[in-house]
Ligand binder design. Sequence first.
Ligand code: ADP
Ligand code: MG
Length: 334
Amino acid sequence: MGEFDLIRQYFAQATAGVTPKAGDIHLGIGDDCALLSVPAGQKLAVSTDMLIAGKHFFDDVDPAALGHKALAVNLSDLAAMGATPMAFTLAIATPSIDQNFIAGITRGLANLATRANCPLVGGDTTCGPLSLSITVMGLIPDGQAHLRSGAQLFDDVWVSGHLGAAAFAVSQRYAGQALAAEHPARIALDWPQPRLELGLLLRSVASAAIDLSDGLIGDLGHIATASQVGISIDLDTLPIANCLYPLPIETRLGLALGGGDDYELAFCANSSQRALIQQLSTRLKLPLTRIGSVIPHERGIHLQSATIDSQVIKRLTRLRSFDHFADRPSHDSF
Ligand code: ADP
Ligand code: MG
């Protein structure tokens, strides 16, 4: 089987029948370019994320989970902006054509793409060390995107879901105690759920939003920097994942604040929106927790707690977000 058979048999079929809820695909896979139309009054939101073997996933990855996650992390960026998914492209390098593996990746991609109404419209296929790079495109009505720079003084700061589970699964793997695929922390790591519905419902509610890929402190730090404000976080309110409760408090907080891969949304909103946000939470069956506020004095992130020792808070404050160029282990160290 060669490159073109691979495209024909797997990628061209993957999302046949999926049409976007917004915008229009004139031409998908098969020509030199795909052709998409953006309706008047809307902006095209575009984002790319890549997953590299040994860096972003372990060698023994379930291919369906890999396909799912490659698309999920991209859709999560659309969710953060408040965009409706429209289409995506896939650039894939694989060292050989293992049909079971490719079929698994395609299945993971296609299931999520179908749920998100986001067809695969093109890409590139090449031989090389295993990696997947996806570019997603979505639509947002003019003026409604949640920019990182939009936070207003005294806004509430909210986060969706629970934090820290995915980072716990990674840390257990590094400690030589890999968790079973069914463990809730593994499910969080391998099958992140992009918060697309929440992103859309927040369009007229949030002043700023970001998806949590690199850890809460670092990611909220991006909002603080872009909006030129401070953000205080009340540690006693953090929605820490249930599966972390056997761990000591400092470890739990460290994972929730500094661990990556949560793909939840953090957002700022005026305090007049509290009741509405609680209603959204009920409607979506997704916890939305108020964890802090936007403050005028000092820029950056400030941790507070009525119960936690000040030395612990000092240490937690030093957590930085995940940086691929910093001296941290990558997934191929094992
Ligand atoms: P070109 O050489 O003109 O760039 P290719 O031969 O690489 O085109 O690809 C042929 C068609 O298949 C194009 O429409 C391209 O977008 C699509 N394609 C290639 N690889 C993939 C992939 N991994 N997923 C989806 N579409 C793909
Ligand atoms: Mg061409």
